[in-house]
Ligand binder design. Structure first.
Ligand code: GLV
Ligand code: MG
Length: 325
């Protein structure tokens, strides 16, 4: 599995200043955990949190989770120390650095170069640590194409609805929810789609940000469902109660997974010598061809990454095997 295919259905935010919450996160079923030095960490707690994070990463116990640290954004004076202390201290036990409020490709280039210098200095594998870029304001959104293409390290582009809503004066106080007064569509459709295009054009994952009403799991499912329907790979979770909903929403339904695997199996058979070398064939009531195979590959890939098992297995009819019809 390549780095950008690793599942990120649920990306759990954990304050870097809380050893207790970090310890708890190790046992949860999130695909990714990010230890936060930015907004979930008070300014006076940041220096101590860097040390807490380094210790927690080096201690291990994270299983197959993707281990990420969110540093402070580049308009603050904290960013370079966040990166240097965390990566020098725990670079071999860390998968990605998340950079918030990215506004330009130059900011990604800075992080890429800094990581390379630290990796060389420390004798770490150069280029292994990935980058996750958060898009959280108008400047970031209009530059997202260049941001997504700025470094081979980049693995995900993340929509940050809270900062985004504040930065464009959107009239809602509930992060991730629709602003009242705009009843004719989804107010987040444009940024979500814009980010998704930039991500896909560069082979990256697209991740939706937080939904803050942590007790409203139905609301979470609804918002996550919209992002998943567009093609997003996952969403942030702020509370253990949102994890199962995220994992479920961003995995294919069992019937869709089975159908995708069956399309792949049938197409492979019918295009083969024994299957009759056909390019477009009927599978049940549906005509399948090369484009169907490509769509099926996406769903099957998501299901395989989520560890799903195929329950309804298509097989070539004995008749078909004999005659190639
Ligand atoms: C996340 O960082 C957000 O601002 O929504
Ligand atoms: Mg933010």
């Amino acid at each position: 599995m390549t780095k950008t295919q690793r599942p990120r259905r649920s990306c759990l935010a954990v304050p870097g200043s809380s050893p207790k919450m970090i310890e708890k996160a190790k046992g949860l079923d999130a695909d990714q955990v990010f230890l936060d030095l930015e907004d979930a960490c008070a300014p006076l707690a940041k220096p101590g949190a860097r040390k807490t994070i380094v210790a927690a990463l080096n201690e291990g116990g994270w299983g197959s989770k993707i281990r990420v640290v969110r540093v402070n954004d580049l308009t603050t004076h904290w960013t370079y120390r966040d990166v240097v202390e965390v990566v020098e201290g725990a670079g071999e036990n860390l998968d990605c650095i998340m950079l918030p409020k990215v506004q330009s490709a130059a900011q990604i280039a800075w992080l890429d170069l800094t990581l390379t210098q630290i990796e060389k200095t420390m004798g770490f594998e150069v280029g292994r640590i990935g980058i996750e870029a958060q898009i959280e304001d108008a400047a970031g959104l209009i530059n997202v194409d260049e941001i997504a293409a700025a470094s081979a390290r980049t693995e995900t582009i993340i929509f940050g609805p809270a900062d985004f809503m504040a930065s464009i004066n959107m009239k809602s106080l509930v992060i991730g929810e629709q602003p009242p007064g705009y009843e004719i569509g989804d107010a987040f459709h444009y940024p979500l789609m814009r980010i998704l295009m930039a991500a896909r054009a560069n082979g990256l994952q697209a991740i939706d940000g937080p939904y803050v009403q942590i007790r409203n799991v139905d609301g979470f499912r609804q918002v996550a469902g919209r992002a998943a329907a567009l093609g997003y790979d996952g969403k942030w979770v702020l509370h253990p109660g949102q994890i199962e909903a995220a994992n479920h929403t961003f995995s294919p339904a069992q019937a869709d997974y089975d159908h995708a695997e069956n399309i792949l199996a049938a197409y492979e058979w019918f295009t083969s010598d024994r299957g009759g070398r056909k390019g477009a064939v009927m599978l049940g009531d549906e005509m399948i061809d090369e484009a169907s195979r490509k769509m099926a590959l996406v769903i099957a890939g998501q299901g395989r990454a989520a560890g799903m098992e195929r329950l309804d297995v298509w097989q070539a009819e004995p008749e078909t095997v004999k005659t190639g019809v």
